[in-house]
Ligand binder design. Sequence first.
Ligand code: SIN
Length: 288
Amino acid sequence: MATIMDSMTVKPLSDALGVEVSGVNAADLGEATFKELREIFHENLVVVVKDQDLSPAEQTEFAQRFGEIQYHISPEYLMDGQPEVMILSNEKEDGKFIGLPDGGSEWHSDHSYVDQPTGYTMLHAIKVPKDGGDTEWTNMVKAYETLSDEMKERLEGVIGIHSFNRLKNQRLTVPVRHMNDPDYYKRSPPDAFHPIARTHPHTGKKALYISPRFTIGIKDMDDTEAQPLLDKLFAHIKNRDFIYRHRWTEGDLLMWDNRTTLHLALLGVPEGQARRMHRTTVLGEIPF
Ligand code: SIN
């Protein structure tokens, strides 16, 4: 395994967060290299492993090294024969999308609307359009650390309310394709309650854990106080100093830590250009 470790190169992606790793094969990582990679990942929040040629089964096995797979609550875009992989794509077959076409179009952390949200997400870039389709991540550790002491004190022990249901979220509109689809809203789990200042289980660092997509209010706080506070925090997390924008290359295996980042799919892919990503999610802990 020494040869694999020796060939691994790591370079920063931006001042905000992230590193690029090359010279490794995610389908064939020795234990020592895997542990080193996981350490680098926790410290840098986003890792893109370049030039990966992984089958969906190999991607699943790689994800399982980080923990238990978390299945998405929308079953329609899970891959036939490999449901651990969800397809994100604008491609159509027989007039129907083969994957979720507009996933991630508001800032969010994956599955924060359940009691035990996602720890890690991996996206494998299978088809990348010439134009559009970039993704952004914001560093929620920096977002927390740059709050005033007064704000940090105000947030101590404060609990955010998270919901999948767009109808409960005053900041969102309902996409046309869900307007006449009551089943989509029926599948929404009960609201989840998580600390707004969350501690990372491995690094011990604190991060803000809220998002415009899923955080709809604050427990035991009237909306007249809670919504302006959320607006202030949502404006703060969009500071460009905290944000990295990724331009995808086919073969990128990009993973992010959902405890310490939010992400946003910028969409904007022109008609006729294909984008296809294979996504796996790994269960995290109950936030504390
Ligand atoms: C996601 O939110 O998981 C999708 C991100 C992307 O497709 O760029």
